[in-house]
Design a protein around this ligand. Structure first.
Ligand code: SF4
Length: 441
């Protein structure tokens, strides 16, 4: 890196930016200490560590803003095997996470409109539309996204990403690596692990060429070790919600999951989740629940409704309902045992074939059934997500089977993860009211 860009990066990210974000965090922590976040008789205030979460996310996007000055950038899908890119010092941008930021800041619809005006249908995933809208207009609530030098996509979550990333590759004129993962019906086979591993082996020289350096095996093992450590802590954190009352709700988990998705493989992510676990354990020791008057406990299926997190948390909390677990946040925890830092490529192949969206719907139902038992849950809300078809497919059958075969009350709730035009407040309120009434019987 030449001296001018290096100095600009250092000044903006490590000096000015770091100090600014630290100041914001310090003020937020002071507000928490003073109890200035307002007293709610429904919900316990967010975890104290939330100020640090915001700082981490802010720093991630700040680094991204200047990343093209410092080195190479890869845009990657959320479930992609990223460890080899991390070991090659790529800055990693996750368009889906950026989409979630647009969702929570309620800027997604305006940005999606940019893609729709260019001819992309509203039936396409709203993360993809958000990202393509940003690509076309540079609109983003985080200031600026870095241009990619490389794209990595993996079919373990859906086929949409394949078409979406082809558009990105064409627009930015950069190489696209595609990792194809065979569908897992019950268990992964050695043959399919070898197939994915071979693709990773073929991807490495492409990434090395873009990065301008060779992959260091020791560094890859270290990144895999850190990914595993962070995932283990995330698994433990989620497991703490087996307690009654649940110390954090799924709405807290949705906010706190950003680092495990986009910062796994970093040592500060491990420290961050260790600190969070400590705070959650303090809550458990003091019998503090996320919902102050917890009476009923539910499971959430599918992606969050990013632009209505607070509304849903308060609506349910008012009735003493906590959502204590979700198949979505669990997706970044349940893969943990498969990671093996000593055999990084093989374990990467095995691990990344296993996300919930790459498994049969029967397997997903079995996971839900197990979670209902483990977390002692009273019912399930299945978010029927208009523009995430792979997660929503089979939900009607899953709801029917939960009710009929297992005697577990279940509700199908129609919305969309990022497009608030598909959310009807009145309809959602009516359906939730009726469901809660049924739970009380
Ligand atoms: S369609 Fe669903 S799984 Fe695919 S990128 Fe969109 S939200 Fe993710």
């Amino acid at each position: 890196m030449s001296i001018g860009p290096a100095l600009r990066y250092h000044w903006n990210v490590n000096l000015l930016g770091r100090a600014g974000l630290r100041w914001v965090r310090w003020q937020a922590e002071r507000r928490v200490k003073r109890g200035a976040h307002g007293k709610s008789h429904i919900l316990t205030p967010p975890l104290k560590i939330s100020a640090r979460t915001k700082e981490l996310i802010g720093r991630h996007y700040l680094k991204g803003r200047y990343a093209n000055l410092r080195g190479k950038v890869a845009w990657v899908t959320s479930g992609a095997p990223i460890e080899f890119l991390k070991a090659l010092d790529f800055y990693l941008l996750y368009p889906e996470n950026h989409g979630a930021v647009c969702g929570t800041t309620r800027t997604a619809v305006d940005i999606c409109a940019q893609a729709e005006n260019a001819g992309y249908s509203r039936d396409i995933c709203s993360y993809a539309r958000t990202d393509l809208g940003t690509m076309l207009s540079c609109q983003t609530p985080v200031g600026k996204l870095p241009k990619p030098d490389l794209l990595l996509t993996c079919t373990n979550i859906c086929q949409t990403v394949l078409h979406w990333y082809r558009v990105l590759a064409h627009h930015f004129d950069v190489p696209l690596i595609l990792i194809d993962t065979p569908f897992v019906y019950t268990e992964t086979t050695d043959h399919s692990v070898a197939y994915v591993k071979r693709q990773l082996e073929e991807a490495i020289p492409i990434a090395e060429e873009v990065a301008g350096q060779s992959l260091d095996e020791r560094k890859l093992k270290e990144v895999t070790r850190l990914s595993k450590l962070a995932s283990e802590l995330w698994l433990e954190l989620l497991g703490r919600c087996r307690h009654r009352p649940a110390p954090i709700s799924v709405f807290d988990q949705f906010i706190q999951m950003a680092p495990i998705v986009e910062m796994r493989g970093d040592n500060f992510t491990v420290d961050f989740y260790a600190a969070m676990l400590k705070e959650v354990d303090e809550r458990i020791a003091q019998v503090i629940g996320a919902v102050k008057n917890e009476r009923k406990r539910l499971l959430w299926d599918n992606l969050p409704v990013w632009y209505r997190l607070r509304y849903l948390a308060e609506f349910l909390g008012r009735h003493g309902v906590v959502i204590a677990a979700s198949t979505y946040t669990n997706a970044w925890a349940e893969l943990t045992p498969k990671m093996d830092p000593e055999r990084p490529l093989e374990s990467m192949a095995r691990t990344y074939m296993y996300p919930i969206l790459n498994r049969g719907t029967g397997d997903k139902l079995a996971t839900m059934r197990q979670m209902i038992d483990d977390y002692r849950l009273d019912g399930v809300i299945l978010h029927s997500d208009r523009s995430c078809k792979p997660y929503s497919v089979g939900q009607m059958d899953q709801r029917d089977r939960l009710i009929r075969d297992f005697g577990v009350p279940a509700l199908l709730l129609e919305a969309d993860h990022n497009d608030s035009r598909s959310f009807s407040k009145e309809q959602v309120a009516n359906r939730l009211d009726a469901f809660i009434e049924m739970l009380e019987v």
